[in-house]
Write a protein of this length. Structure first.
Length: 365
């Protein structure tokens, strides 16, 4: 009798636990459904900020966080965070901010914050130095390739276990344009939010009007075809700081962003993803003489060659005088030895690529 009673109690305990678990899951499902209906997510977010060296990335982040600006340069990846309370019932959302210093030489470190676990809640900001137009294309090219490589690698892992997540990201990326957008065949939107910011507008605004027109058209083309928003920024302009803070808050917490639309190259650009078009951007700026010398295989090459006719591209050295790898304070014999070996392998790979390219050009000549 007592044995039977014990069994019955155990059975009832298990049933009660199952009921409680099911009820908790039901409540959680209803909570998530309500959040999604409101267009909000009670999840932590990640923002990765990369771009030109000394373009003002730290100043940009400090303005958003309302914190005192650091007086030293960012070395490698630096982490900070911000929290926002969405209400007593919705709890807090944390935005994890990763800032990459060192320019394009450290672009591969983007792999660290862009992970399969966080990619669906991640946004990327590329900040450029508008005062150095000769570096704009190279910086964008390096980071766009690395960001796509990191995002695609993370999504490949996600797709293996939860393919619906990738489908939702793809739908959201195209939703900004609409499936019937006239430029559809020319677009390749990144599947996570991307914002391109032109920093140091206070210096750039004094450029020759023709130079500003070429820079604006080129940046608009790159932003539009990659599904990115585009805006200009300067810490010396309260209006631009205000718009930048609204944009950052939108990425971090899903709050409202500025609804302004500025495509005039004589003014600071502010163009949300999906609101531009190739028809409005126009063709690359090329003279009749340049057209005869251009040999582009696709639109991106055409825009690059057109940009190069006005600005001689400058590739920043991967290691400058302020490179921490050369600082004696950071000597690590084992690490330095491995790095030297990898540098040698990289240089050999680069020489092989150049050799293969020359051979290819000779075959098609």
């Amino acid at each position: 009798m007592s044995s039977s009673t014990v069994v019955t109690n155990r059975t009832n305990f298990k049933d009660l636990w199952s009921v409680a678990t099911d009820e908790k899951a039901k409540i959680e499902d209803e909570r998530i459904a309500k959040l999604e209906a409101l267009g909000k997510q009670d999840e932590d977010t990640t923002i990765v900020i990369v771009g030109s060296q000394n373009a003002g990335k730290s100043s940009f982040v400090s303005r958003f966080l309302d914190r005192e600006e650091r007086k030293r340069s960012t070395i490698g990846l630096e982490y900070t965070y911000s929290r926002m309370t969405k209400g007593a019932k919705l709890g807090k959302t944390t935005c994890n901010c990763w800032e990459l210093g060192g320019g394009s030489s450290l672009a591969q470190l983007v792999d660290i914050p862009i992970t399969a676990q966080r990619v669906s809640q991640t946004s990327v900001i590329i900040m450029l130095d508008l005062s150095k137009p000769e570096e704009l294309w190279t910086t964008l090219e390096v980071f766009m390739k690395q960001i796509r490589r990191s995002v695609n690698g993370a999504l490949t892992k996600v797709k293996a276990t939860n393919p619906s997540v990738v489908g939702k990201l793809d739908h959201k990326a195209w939703l900004k344009f609409g499936r019937k957008h006239p430029d559809k065949d020319m677009l390749n939107p990144l599947l996570i939010p991307l914002v391109i910011i032109g920093g140091k507008y206070d210096i750039y605004q004094d450029f020759d009007p023709e130079k500003k027109k070429i820079i604006c058209k080129t940046l608009r083309f790159i932003a539009h075809t990659n599904g990115a928003s585009l805006m200009f920024f300067s810490i010396k302009s309260d209006a631009l700081v205000h718009h930048a803070k609204l944009m950052f808050s939108n990425l971090a917490f899903g709050t409202e962003q500025s609804v302004i639309d500025s495509k005039d190259y004589t003014k600071p650009l502010y163009i949300l993803a999906g609101s531009d078009s190739l028809g409005h951007i126009g063709a690359p700026s090329l003279s009749s003489g340049d057209l005869g010398r251009i040999n582009a295989r696709n639109p991106i090459e055409l825009w690059k060659q057109a940009f190069c006719t006005f600005f001689e591209l400058h590739v920043s050295p991967t290691q400058g005088d302020d490179d921490p790898c050369k600082d004696k304070k950071y000597l690590e014999p084992v690490v330095d030895s491995m790095k030297a070996q990898k540098d040698e392998e990289l240089e050999q790979y680069r020489r092989n690529c150049e050799k293969e390219q020359k051979q290819f050009l000779q075959r098609i000549a």
